[in-house]
Write a protein that binds this ligand. Structure first.
Ligand SMILES: Cc1ncc(COP(=O)(O)O)c(C=O)c1O
Length: 392
């Protein structure tokens, strides 16, 4: 199979959120490096599976065959060393619906739920819109990386939190949590009997020297209190296909989750999502290995570029994800000015740091899941804008 991640694919006029909706979001044309999908084609086996069914021409109700469970279980074992039972899997249309369902299933209105900020914005929404109390356990910054604050986590658990939502790997910080970190986090949650929801959507995008560890795989004590959310959507660039799953080893938790979700009346999957998920987990590994090499090249490209040309911007070097958390504090701009600066002066669409909570002040998130030429164009635009800002 040939892989060409340098290929520039025109995504305009395809109703892409990232490319076409950007104009509404940013108020003008920008080079879009915001919402988390990639500008690469999916692996060929995924495209083939979809095209085959598209050509078939009959799109009736579709169920998930047993071999899909096998494909997921094999993937979890092979890639993440976690042996799961096939009946622990419960299919969902997305990870965000899974988090919301877990909040509804395992907490009551008024209960407290912990999140580790700055973090993916829908975590805030899942807690607040469901009438739960949000408890922030802010991450600590240390040498251009985030660390967990266990003292604060203990305090928040002591306040009676019923659930903690983990982002593993972490968006936007790019941390791939180490076994010791997850163990400490898990032990504290267990000591207060808090349920763990682990969003592992980015778990397959992990770079050399790091290893994703599903928190539920660490011990039976942790597996029996954890809801693990997974999806092929980030990994294989199929976010538009609504395919994901939760893995819940504990039967009681699994039943409660299923009973809660049943109330939505949603029970079939999108047939293209089903086809794509099976093809991706069964035949997508070789493509993924090549993708990881390319993305790691993009990280080095950003790091070198910033060091050489824009030393006032600092990269929190990601250990996983295709999202770069860029520290812009040395530009000395307030967040609203920073946002304006990137859109109006640089003509680039980034995600504002404060979209991930107030702890993201002074940061912007840049999606580098794109051909290097696009990345270079984005960095050139930023460079030019920063130079003109500093020459004033
Ligand atoms: C941490 C995290 N969770 C969930 C999602 C989205 O999940 P879904 O589209 O499956 O609802 C994203 C997308 O960026 C994400 O970064």
């Amino acid at each position: 199979m040939e892989y060409n991640f340098d290929e520039v694919i025109d995504r305009r006029d395809t109703d892409s959120v990232k490319w076409d909706h950007a104009r509404d979001v940013f108020g003008r044309d920008v080079l879009p490096m915001w919402v988390a999908d990639m500008d690469f084609k999916s692996p060929k086996p995924v495209i083939d599976a979809i095209v085959k069914h598209a050509n078939y021409g009959v799109y009736g109700y579709t169920y998930r065959p047993g071999r899909l469970n096998e494909a997921i279980a094999d993937w979890m074992q092979r890639r993440h060393g976690w042996k799961i039972e096939k009946d622990w899997i419960f299919y969902m249309p997305g990870v965000v619906p899974s988090i919301n369902t877990a909040v509804q299933a395992f907490t009551k209105e008024g209960d407290s739920v912990i999140i580790q900020t700055p973090v993916y914005h829908p975590f805030f929404v899942a807690v607040k819109y469901n009438g739960r109390r949000l408890l922030r356990n802010p991450l600590k910054q240390m040498d251009g990386q985030y660390l967990m604050d266990y003292e604060d986590l203990k305090d928040k658990l002591d306040m009676g939190a019923k659930m903690a939502i983990l982002c593993s790997p972490h968006n936007p910080g790019g941390r791939v949590w180490k076994a010791e970190e997850l163990e400490r986090f898990g032990k504290l949650c267990k000591s207060k009997d808090a349920v763990i929801v682990s969003d592992e959507i980015h778990s397959d995008i992990v770079y050399n020297g790091n290893k994703h560890i599903p928190i539920a795989s660490i011990s039976s004590e942790l597996s029996e209190r954890t809801i693990t959310c997974i999806a092929p959507s980030k990994t294989f660039n199929i976010a538009g296909l609504s395919a994901s799953a939760v893995i819940i080893p504990d039967e009681t938790l699994r039943r409660r989750f299923a009973d809660t979700f049943k109330k939505t009346g949603i029970n079939t999957g999108n047939l293209f999502g089903i086809e794509a998920m099976e093809a991706a987990y069964t035949h997508g590994e070789e493509w993924l290995e090549k993708l990881l090499v390319y993305l790691e090249g993009n990280i080095s490209f950003i790091d070198d570029y910033l060091k050489k040309n824009i030393p006032d911007l600092k990269l929190f070097r990601p250990q996983g994800t295709y999202l770069a958390w860029v520290d812009c504090r040395r530009l000395g701009l307030k967040q609203s000015m920073l946002e304006k600066f990137f859109v109006e002066k640089a003509g680039i669409g980034l995600t504002s740091g404060t979209d991930f909570g107030e702890e993201g002040e002074g940061f912007m998130r840049l999606n580098f899941g794109c051909p290097r030429s696009i990345l270079e164009e984005g960095l050139n635009r930023i460079d030019k804008a920063v130079k003109s800002l500093q020459s004033r």
